[in-house]
Design a protein around this ligand. Structure first.
Ligand SMILES: CC(C)(COP(=O)(O)OP(=O)(O)OC[C@H]1O[C@@H](n2cnc3c(N)ncnc32)[C@H](O)[C@@H]1OP(=O)(O)O)[C@@H](O)C(=O)NCCC(=O)NCCS
Length: 322
């Protein structure tokens, strides 16, 4: 009979980290180059400002910083990690992947390293994979990073997309635990709806905004409720809700559906999009990192996360914040 790996009962998140480019772009800045306004963007999308990377700043660069910050938050050295999963959907170069050079630049030598593309659901997909790698004994500790330079794939004067998307990276370290700190991932896809978000002419993102909005506001709250159920929890157990930061109105619609199902009025709801924009696979770990720094998430908080986006892909799980 074959021997199993070093299986453990449970995995948890040991630390978070993130980074954003320096350049802040306001709605007024955008209204100078396209037909839009600060008021329209605030009302329809909820964004006040976002960050755009410099020309010579790549998603890989941001991944290195976010990953290093997550390791520092966890109190770990690069040598404590043996696997790096990098969620990304904006790389313009498929070979090599981002994960291997990012691992090396962080100092994680010889790591198992791979990219994972589930668009804006990428972080939750990667976290699910990481938790199972740790539980199954294939990995000791896993660094999960979501890093995107969306400005590389957005037409800078396309007012349907340029007002929404932004750049940045977020990361989490996953390791073994006595108590479960990451619930089962509930994930899936709706490939029949792939035409709602795609790269047109392999250059720029195109999306049918209203259809995506309708899908997200009707289909994602039930996924979040299934993730809660899979973890054996009730909506009233949720301390913090962190949906992918796609559009503040989508976030609010998901929170409303959860409260209708029994979530508390005092449940904290992430609104990081207001100052960060939609950073795709980076948005959830970045929002959590910012909220922890601001004291809006405390250690031990039951945090429900749910990602969704192109594919169409979705994934959600419950995590206990470190
Ligand atoms: C993209 C999105 C912001 C567009 O908002 P919308 O309310 O659907 O906008 P519409 O395209 O229906 O246009 C409504 C009106 O606003 C105008 N408009 C559209 N974009 C505008 C902009 N950036 N600035 C100003 N006016 C705009 C339209 O011309 C239209 O005007 P009209 O009523 O006079 O014809 C919205 O659909 C959305 O957020 N969808 C989800 C996108 C998303 O989250 N994607 C990521 C998934 S990971």
């Amino acid at each position: 009979m074959l021997r199993l790996g070093n299986t453990v009962n449970a995995a948890r998140i040991l630390g978070f980290g993130s980074t954003q480019p320096e350049q802040v772009v306001t709605n007024d800045d955008l209204s100078k180059i396209m037909d839009t306004s600060d008021q329209w963007i605030r009302e329809r999308v909820g964004i006040v400002e976002r960050r755009f990377a410099a020309k010579d700043e790549s998603a890989e660069d941001m991944a290195v910083v976010a990953g290093s910050n997550a390791l520092a938050d966890a109190g770990l050295e690069p040598s404590d990690v043996d696997t790096v999963i990098l969620a990304n959907c904006t790389s313009m170069v498929p070979i090599p992947n981002y994960a291997a050079p990012v691992a090396d630049r962080i100092g994680i030598k010889g790591a198992a390293a791979f990219d994972l593309n589930a668009a804006c659901a990428g972080f939750c997909y990667a976290l699910g994979v990481a938790a199972d790698l740790v539980r199954g004994g294939s990995s000791g500790r896993v660094l999960v990073i979501g890093a995107e330079k969306l400005t590389d794939v957005v037409d800078p004067v396309d007012r349907a997309n340029a007002i929404i998307f932004a750049d940045g990276a977020g990361a989490a370290v996953v390791g073994p635990s006595d108590e479960p700190g990451i619930g089962p991932v509930v994930w899936g896809s709706a490939g029949d709806l792939v035409d709602l978000i795609y790269m047109r002419d392999e250059k720029y993102i195109f999306q049918e905004g209203q259809s995506v909005f309708r899908w997200a506001t009707t289909q994602i709250a039930p996924i979040a409720l299934r993730a809660l159920d899979a973890a054996g929890l009730q909506p009233s157990d949720v301390d913090v809700l962190v949906p992918h930061q796609a559009n503040l109105r989508i976030v609010e619609a998901i929170a409303k559906r959860l409260r209708k199902a029994g979530a508390r009025e005092d449940m904290v709801v992430a609104d990081d999009i207001v100052h960060s924009g939609n950073t795709s696979s980076a948005s959830i770990p970045m929002a959590i990192d910012h909220m922890r720094a601001a004291g809006r998430i405390r250690s031990g908080d039951v945090t429900l996360i749910v990602g969704f986006g192109a594919g169409l892909s979705y994934a959600g799980q419950v995590v206990i914040c470190p």
